[in-house]
Design a protein around this ligand. Sequence first.
Ligand code: XUL
Ligand code: CO
Length: 439
Amino acid sequence: MSEYYNKISKIKYEGAGSDNPLSFKYYNPDEIVAGKSMRNQLKFAMSYWHTMCAEGTDMFGVGTADKSFGATDSMAHAEAKANAAFELMDKLDIDYYCFHDRDIAPEADNLKETNARLDKIQGILDNLMKSTGKKLLWGTANCFGNPRYMHGAGTAPNADVFAFAAAQIKKALEITTALGGEGYVFWGGREGYETLLNTNMALEQDNMARLMKMTVDYGRSIGFKGNFYIEPKPKEPTKHQYDFDTATVLAFLRKYGLDKDFKMNIEANHATLAGHTFQHELRVAADNGVFGSIDANQGDMLLGWDTDQFPTNVYDTAMCMYEVLRAGGFTTGGLNFDAKTRRGSYTQEDVFLAYIAGMDSFALGLKVADKIIKDGRIDKFVEERYASYKTGIGAKIVAGTATMEELEQYALNMGDVTTNISGKQEYLEAVINSVMFGV
Ligand code: XUL
Ligand code: CO
């Protein structure tokens, strides 16, 4: 098999003292942290679209990175990308990958031929997976790139577009199932609106739910055992995306009776676009029993769009892994690097350096999260903060037995509240620093 990244050798853990840029400083796959190997705690995945496809194109310029992998014909290119993807995963010791249908095989002139192309690449991926032991974290359908989806896919005003999207999702789910995918994602890039002046929002949302229900029923009928995920994002490309954030998606799922079928795929940069922290979105998902998987990246707080940067902010990775550990860890989910190198970081080596930076940042985050939990000061503080609900009137409120009359009598007897205690935010932030920096 030809090598596509021939200047890069297998990346090894060399420890924090190493000055070799092409080594892991903190990610030591077999080291046990919080009862599991780092490999199993973090379940890293490669995003096919950014890593194998995106060339750094932006609104002002063409791509800077060469991702042709030496191929000129489009199907030869698809095959080369598959081989290169598995070489990259092997060299980075990444066990999982994620794809959109159109990342793995280019669309043809008609659906039949497009599906035949997908079948061919599915066979290639299947062989590569069998020979390397790599696994599919999740698959999805790109129902946003082609011009036919200019007004949406499941929420399009045109029933023909809805039908085409359903056909595309059916095929993507079949491939995901055949490759043993642990999940199937809905990210509704164009499922939203530009203006309410031309939009029947109620019908669009009803239709989206219909499409999701059909997908779940079909998936289960063909033996798909994984989780279905929705990936919230508030905007971009649409001005308003229906899957705005986890709370909005939860209301949608409950309205349509889909809440037992879907979990969340939380993306860090989508959380911040929605005006939330990454940790907030993870907490809302976990508290409501819908924590599923994570798209690991970070945004730039000075920019109002989805920059999909590799995650290097250890404070964020620590609070993310704190939420993941508290939620019991990943089951079918994992950490998919939905992240791309900057346009100026255009070399093959940059891709490796970016993954190393992201993986090391999450390894550090995992270690810090484990320390925060073992240290116990944060959890103990929160526990004590709500102690008044353990006894007396608080216990009655929690048990649901307190009445308005009883609470009024209690307040009258009390006169006024005299028991408020400090929230100690600054102290708690300092505790995190002391755990992180070990002093
Ligand atoms: C776009 C995004 C997508 C989804 C999969 O912002 O995050 O790549 O992760 O469609
Ligand atoms: Co994403």
